[in-house]
Ligand binder design. Sequence first.
Ligand code: NAI
Length: 472
Amino acid sequence: MAESSASSLRRQTVTLIRGDGIGPEITAAVQEILDAAAVPIEWEEREAGLECAQRWGTPLPAETLASILRNRVALKGPTTTPIGSGHKSVNVTIRKALDLFANVRPARSLPGVRTRFENVDLIVLRENIEDTYGGIEHWQTPDVVQQLRIITRPGSEVFIRFAFELARRQGRRRITCVHKANIHKMSDGLFRELFYRIAAEYPELHADDILIDNLCMQLVVNPERFDVLVLPNLFGDLVSDLCAGLVGGLGVAPGGNIGTGRAVFEAVHGSAPDIAGRGIANPTALLLSAVQMLHFLGLHRHAHRIEEAVRLTLASGIRTRDLGGNATTREFTRAVISNLAPLDFTELPTLPEAPPPGPQPVASPESAPWHLHGMDVFVRSREGLPALPQQLGPLQLQMISNRGTRVFPGEPPPILLVDWYRCRYLSPDPITPEQLLQALQELTAAGVRWMHVELLHHVNGTALYSRAQGEE
Ligand code: NAI
């Protein structure tokens, strides 16, 4: 979107969610600053969060979602999520409902904010939908919970393309894929493979990759050497908070959740119940999230003007308590307003445009036919190694593992055994789904208590499943 003084007179409607805890205090501060800066925005206020759930019986009313869908853009205060039980996270629900597949978290050193490093300028890009955030969990036995980690080709591709496009448009030099493909060979392996495939279309960017553990070490030693980081969901969650710490902590860490043509901007931090209602919360993180939002809306000059005012304020030593200062939320807000440069659109530089909406995924590559060769049956046994038939029709019992380590055939290693075994039945030749069902029926008739089944496929003679530790 291009900005002109004429277009900036057109007011855009943005959904505003105040949220819980310090949410109302910091959203009010941000509204005040954007109003004072004459940003052409109309707020449409809607509710979400714990207080909303207590009042209306739902943490995310349909009308709130409808408002974001209608306006395409929202600014959201933090919402409280009960731990262990209670309603699902409002954030996760919004991301999924609106398919906000990319989480963009800049981490840039701020003047006057004392940290160990001075020149950090990172963008952490986190895939926002997949990975363990599918929330697919099942109790398998009273001792064992299973969680599925899902990495898909289309989901990763849309996200990684968005990451490269953002890096290009923001004139970045280096883009780094972060993964654990030495252990998660197939899932992170796919993510990394797609990263390099897409990198070929962006020759001006230096693309490389790093293991997540190594990255964490390097970030706390020498963060200046990184530029744009591209991560699957869970790693991205952790690394983005780490990077927030590098530049001054949660009080200054902004974030945006971006999808195709729509986005929700919110601070990284939570509802901070420990300081709620005391007028001391730092509104910077939400304010910088609003700056990101203004770029998304094409209001680059307004964004630039407000960001400069924040930097000037911090540089002048006016800081809230989380940053070692003693300014209240009000005092900080007033200072930012007084530091707004005169409204002169002609002199402000043009900033790179907001990244475009993510493209639709391309079709998966045609692959050779997949052949069914067997199944992993997950069996409960409280008496040690389960007694299982060696043969089920064409299927041969090949291997049993416990917590990923092979315990059959051969001498079981001296490991802690839980009551949940993965039992691998394989056939040298392809089998039919009917033969597999028949095998399961025989297993059930033999009194075996199974919890779930995974199908084992081969393509071009290659197994499409992982081996157990100790399995040849
Ligand atoms: P938190 O981020 O709310 O607080 C952690 C610490 O940072 C606290 O000491 C707090 O006082 C401080 N802090 C956070 N933001 C601050 C700010 N703007 N100014 C000054 N100090 C600030 O994390 P916590 O305590 O783990 O979570 C509280 C609630 O927030 C939970 O219910 C959690 O689920 C929710 N949450 C919501 C998020 C969201 O809506 N985006 C994100 C993270 C947590």
